[in-house]
Ligand binder design. Structure first.
Ligand code: ADP
Ligand code: MG
Length: 702
């Protein structure tokens, strides 16, 4: 005990303390994020090779990794420029196999004397003359001790580590083995009184098992990540991320913001002009926002609400707080068309109140742009609506007190931060309101957004009807056309959405144009409109207005109508190539119908054959209209990295844990985090630094 207290902690012992690690190896290890002995101990295998069984040569399968045991028949060099050494071996099954070496020393050939017994490990490849092992690991076996199981050196689950150029698995294994000698110095950081799931292994045992799994280890548990050794480390890693986000939240909450108390100047007038009353859910969420805004510290609030739940009105109320207090609010939307919708809504609502609304996107002329920039800088623009153009360097705000970000999942965290920093010139941090229509499953919300408070608008405005969804193969298009005709004869309006795999707006727009032409031919007498991303803003606005007013029966569109568009009389939507779209996008699109009181329908046209995933997605869409349920399924199908679409959330950076697989650990994570913060605050940074790259930590602390 006395001796360990004088030894430095392992996160301070550089890897150069190990033998065989000079500056060039250290640099290579650095590329793997390894600079200390602790890093090496936590450099965990990606998978394991099962070397515990000998496979008879007659049972070898292409590309399997196997141990074989056989007697050498011959060894010879191939003729030609690129000489290789071929060793032929035969085993008790009576079959033979070639070993092929491209790099070899002359002395090596001498080793392979006919009649010697050897064991080899490698991946089975198909060569010109049957199956081969290329550059297998091998050793010679004493004939008298030969048995039917691999030799002690071979017999193990051999770890395969994340590697990098110039570092072989063998080297990395060696370094990890050396590091294990220091294991006794690795500190247990979880409090003794923490209540852990009973099956978890203690830290040092867990690390030993993962680097050196005994042959008896349950390999399928290891492969699934459910082994008690892995689970112990998953717990600590999730804890580290959680603590980091809690710290971040704490830090941000220390910043100063201008308090924006409720106002009597605009809000009553605004509410009385709305053609509806707020739903209870909207009122509840607005109250939460109003409370936040009254404080001297920044609001950091995420509002989740399904498509059509009425987030915009809530955002407008928040904006009025800033404006009434003589400051500016900005609302950022992910696409031009959604920004336009907001501009239209906010101008309609705010202009009568004498509030000046200004607009900034990437597609403006220089003159328009300069005028907008001036209005923003002078403070004359009270509400600024725009796309990501808002956080460019040239944009200077007079006094930005509130940042509203719509459809957060499309922006990276860094974009969110960039816009926030716009308001920091006056030493005040703007309040932040983030709105998302893709509900974030609770598991993710807790880990990826622990720095935000969450509000949920969990109720749709009255009078909405669930959309009835069917999936129909595109071979039955004529029937669908009839159905469209029928709906239009009944006085309804229809969206026909064209989607393509290509993300190119140009190609998608062209497809929409062609579809519009085709539909005009197939549906004589019907007024067909067209909208796509390549049209000018005023053209799009004119088409949307015509559709809203009922002067068009059918709107052929690209996915630009995914967000924001609201035409209650449109009650039928056809989505082409629906099998190619993700759940979130399908749900967004479908949210354009079901906005009036008549029964609405959505037809998912698909092309045979369906992949397993597509079939799954379409059936989920048929079964439910619930955005939360769809988001949960989406997460299961795609994984958290893709759902959040951003690496910086930290979720995608997990080394061993998996948010979905390990969700059962999350309550324990929260429990331990509370214990640590209350009783052992000095351990918090040590845990965070043990698991997170400095880069991620710094990043989160901007
Ligand atoms: P989203 O949450 O998808 O952004 P919007 O804010 O665009 O939804 O609202 C969808 C539609 O519902 C809009 O036409 C809006 O005017 C309307 N709406 C919002 N709140 C209410 C309400 N309380 N009662 C009736 N209609 C509402
Ligand atoms: Mg919206």
């Amino acid at each position: 005990m006395e001796s360990t207290s004088s030894q430095p902690p392992l996160h301070q012992v550089p890897i150069s303390a190990l033998s065989g690690i000079g500056s060039s190896t250290a640099a290579k290890l650095q590329r793997l994020g390894i600079s200390t002995i602790q890093d090496l101990l936590l450099h965990l295998p990606l998978r394991y090779q099962d070397r515990t069984q000998i496979t008879p040569i007659n049972q070898l399968q292409h590309s399997a990794e196997v141990v074989i045991q056989g007697t050498i028949q011959s060894a010879h060099l191939t003729p030609g420029k690129r000489r290789s050494l071929i060793v032929k071996i035969k085993d008790d099954s009576g079959c033979s196999l070639q070993l092929r070496f491209f790099h070899f020393a002359a002395a090596q050939k001498q080793q392979f004397q006919s009649g010697r017994l050897m064991q080899c490990f490698g991946e089975v490849r198909r060569g010109q003359h049957g199956l081969e092992l290329i550059h297998p690991e091998y050793e010679f076996i004493n004939t008298s001790t030969a048995s039917l199981s691999p030799s002690a050196d071979m017999a193990a689950l051999t770890p395969v580590y994340p590697a990098t150029e110039g570092l072989t698995q063998k080297k990395i294994r060696q370094y990890c083995q050396q590091a294990l000698k220091y294991l006794a110095q690795l500190k247990e950081l979880l409090p003794d009184e923490a209540v852990l799931p009973p099956q978890l292994m203690p830290l040092s045992q867990a690390i030993t098992v993962l680097h050196n799994p005994p042959p008896s280890t349950n390999i399928s548990q290891l492969e699934q990540g459910s082994h008690p050794a892995q689970q112990r480390l998953c717990l600590e890693e999730l804890l580290a991320h959680h603590l980091n986000l809690l710290k971040l939240r704490f830090t941000k909450r220390q910043f100063k913001s201008s308090p924006l108390p409720a106002d009597t100047q605009y809000i009553p007038g605004f509410l009385s002009c709305l053609p509806f009353a707020l739903t209870q859910a909207q009122q509840k969420v607005y109250d939460e926002i109003a409370t936040d805004l009254a404080h001297h510290h920044p609001m950091l609030r995420l509002v989740q609400g399904d498509v059509g739940s009425g987030k915009t009105v809530v955002a407008a109320l928040a904006a009025l707080h800033a404006i009434a207090n003589g400051q500016q609010a900005a609302i950022m939307a992910p696409t031009e068309i959604l920004a336009e919708q907001h501009l239209e809504n906010f101008s309609n609502w705010f202009t009568p109140l004498g509030i000046s609304v200004c607009w900034l996107t990437g597609k403006m002329s220089t003159k328009e742009r300069n005028t907008a920039l001036e209005a923003i800088q002078s403070g004359q623009a009270q509400l600024v609506v725009g796309t990501h153009a808002l956080f460019q360097e040239q944009v200077l705000f007079h006094q930005l007190a509130l940042v509203i970000i719509d459809e957060q999942h499309r922006f990276g965290v860094h974009q969110r931060l960039a816009l926030t920093q716009k308001g920091e010139s006056n030493q005040y941090t703007p309040h932040q309101l983030i709105m998302t229509a893709t509900p974030i499953p609770r598991t993710l919300a807790m880990s990826a957004y622990a720095d935000l408070n969450c509000s949920v608008i969990d109720e749709l405005p009255p009078g909405r009807t669930p959309v009835n969804t069917v999936a129909i193969p595109d071979t039955r298009r004529p029937m669908v056309i009839q159905r469209v005709q029928h709906a239009i004869q009944e006085g309804r309006q229809v969206y026909w959405v064209c989607t393509l795999i290509e993300t190119s707006e140009a190609i998608e727009s062209q497809a929409a144009e062609e579809t519009a032409e085709l539909l005009k031919e197939q549906l004589p007498g019907i007024r067909v409109g067209l909208i796509h991303g390549r049209m000018k803003a005023n053209e799009k606005a004119a088409v949307m207005a015509a559709f809203k007013e009922g002067n068009l029966d059918l709107l052929a569109a690209t996915t630009v109508i995914e967000v924001g568009v609201n035409v209650p009389n449109a009650s039928l939507m056809i989505i082409e190539n629906s099998e190619r779209l993700g759940l979130a996008q399908l749900h967004q699109l479908r949210g354009r119908v079901g906005r009036g009181s008549v029964a609405s329908h959505c037809v998912l046209l698909y092309h045979h054959p369906l992949s397993h995933q597509s079939r799954e997605r379409l059936s989920i869409m048929r079964e439910t209209n619930d955005g939360f349920l769809i988001a949960e399924k989406d997460l299961q199908l795609r994984g958290p990295g893709e759902v959040l679409g951003t690496r910086q959330t930290g979720v995608a950076n997990l080394k061993i844990a998996d948010i979905l697989r390990d969700q059962a650990l999350l309550p324990t994570v929260q429990h331990i985090a509370q214990l640590l913060l209350t009783h052992y605050p000095e351990r918090v940074d040590t845990i965070i630094e043990r698991w997170l790259d400095q880069e991620v930590i710094n990043y989160a602390r901007v």
